[in-house]
Design a protein around this ligand. Sequence first.
Ligand code: GLV
Length: 323
Amino acid sequence: MKKRVLVTYNMLRPGYSELEEKYDVTFPPEGRESFTYDEVLAMIGEYDALQSMFNFKVDEPLMQAGRRLKIISNYAVGFDNIDVEAATRLKIQVTNTPHQVTEPTADQALGLLLAVSRRISEMDRRLRIPGNVHVGLLENLGHSLYGKTVGIVGMGRIGQALARRCLACGMKIAYNNRRRLDTDTEARYGARYLPLDELLSLSDVVSVNAPLTPETYHIIGRREFALMKRGAILINTARGPLVDDKALVEALQSGRIGGAGLDVFENGDYPADELLYFDNVVLNPHLGTQTVEARNEMAKQVSDNIINFFEGGPVYKVNDIGR
Ligand code: GLV
């Protein structure tokens, strides 16, 4: 009998073609964006593989209900939506898509940085209202990136891809990471490893590019904003809860920081109301991997992870189930 795969979200299909040829794949019915948690809970007992999206919660009760479930193939590099510890206990393989997200997410971080530092979104917004922009040589000033320091918190694949882009803009690179990078990698970016507090106090731009874990929750909070350079810019393309949004609003209100570019928010898909009123904040709805190319490549990778898991090829493992 063919293996059965349950996909929680109706995605672009081309990346799934091989999976659909080999297995019995269930997508949400046409016209529906996604299955709900309760629908998946009711169906999962009949499936061998679950292909979850990064915003779909996969908890222990759901895994327990998956009597035949062998693999959860997550459509993302991040897997904070999954109880990985429970999956490991239940001997369920969890996989992710580490490579396909790197370049588009770094593009998005740089885009937000340029939009904030050169006031691109603000000026676009204001020009559309007649009489709302005074054009003069000392009006509408932003800040140059050339010669400034970007402090990258989380120097993994995305952090390094951002470093490459920032180097092209003439910026200096500082970073903080769980583990210090080897000297060759540091040299490639001319990157200085710094303890977080030091990085915060000397960076003109702070970009968070770390996964969400208990250790990184609110890694930028009231204390950290107080350490940041007056007028520094914060960029978050990682996960909302890395930043304490209340503390961010206070730091913006007091002028402690000069602006923020946010692709993710602490409390879900939409920004807190207080953030809507700052002209120096650019808000995007988690666009990091929202490109046609990334969506197709991620679909191919989630499919390959499932196929290879069952057929003995390489998969991007998040946990070790001893197999
Ligand atoms: C997207 O947010 C991802 O984790 O890949």
